[in-house]
Design a protein around this ligand. Structure first.
Ligand code: GEK
Length: 244
């Protein structure tokens, strides 16, 4: 592949990102759209469907909140889905490199979106119709996940939803091996080398902790959600709608 400035080559050479734990710094922010599209099967489709889900579940005058918004792709989907319903749309991320880029890139086209640099565990949510965790929960320590989901549940209006997208673990070893191998095949087909795939895997080892579908479903139920629907899966990447 020829090198472009916005192409993800972070794990190709011997730059500083080639070793150590994965962090959402300036180098990652600079190549993030390319990285996530080539690494997460179905990501563009999920973003488009978040807009359609928001259109269906938005309530007039409510808040739509994107937790772990990165460069704001899912936040814009919420804003487009909210349409003219007099809502407040907020993107929250604790990585300044991500949030500042989101604000700089999108402020003129979407002036109504509020951008907040905060840890999602501290950000107070209220009066929400749609909350999004699009590949963010997986980065929180496991012991913090239920508290956040319970708080999200309590912040939703009746009829509100949480859209939860996650990389998952297979329910047994054979399933996990298949899903992981197919994910790596997807990355190879998108131009990542074996070295890049294996270095990224090592960097994410203690940073991104996937869980099985039953674990997610049970936790969402414990958090108070009345039902959970799986609406998307491609290999080990899923998205669920959890209903208040
Ligand atoms: C998208 N939703 O494009 N508080 C706030 N932000 C956090 C926290 C935390 N505790 N932990 C991680 N993040 C986006 C993609 S990326 C997914 C989300 C990925 C942020 C982190 O800074 C990063 O921007 C985002 O969560 C995860 O639809 O890189 O696989």
């Amino acid at each position: 592949m020829s090198d472009k400035p916005d192409q993800d080559r972070l794990y190709a050479g011997d730059g500083q990102s080639a070793s150590g734990d994965f962090v959402f710094d300036e180098a990652v922010a600079a190549v993030f759209p390319d990285m996530i599209k080539r690494s997460v099967p179905g990501y563009p489709a999920i973003i488009n469907m978040i807009q359609l889900l928001a259109e269906r579940y938005v309530q007039p005058g409510s808040r739509l909140v994107d937790l772990g918004c990165s460069l704001g792709a899912s936040t814009v989907a919420l804003a487009l889905g909210a349409g003219e319903e007099d809502c407040t749309v907020v993107g929250v991320d604790n990585a300044p490199a991500m949030l500042e880029r989101a604000r700089d890139n999108l402020a003129s086209r979407h002036p109504a979106i509020e951008w907040v640099c905060a840890d999602v565990r501290d950000y107070p949510i209220s009066d929400a119709s749609v909350v999004v965790l699009n590949f963010t929960l997986q980065f929180l320590p496991r012991e913090d996940r239920l508290t956040l989901l319970s708080r999200i549940h309590d912040s939703l209006r009746p009829g509100g939803i949480l859209i939860l997208s996650e990389k998952i673990a297979g329910r047994d070893e054979a399933a996990d091996t298949l899903l992981t191998e197919m994910h790596h095949a997807f990355k190879r087909a998108n131009g990542y080398s074996e070295l890049e795939i294996s270095r990224k895997r090592t960097a994410l080892e203690n940073v991104l902790v996937p869980e099985t579908m039953p674990t997610h479903e049970q936790r969402l139920t414990s958090a108070g959600f009345s039902r959970v629907d799986l609406w998307f899966q491609c290999f080990n990447f899923v998205s669920m709608v959890a209903h208040k």
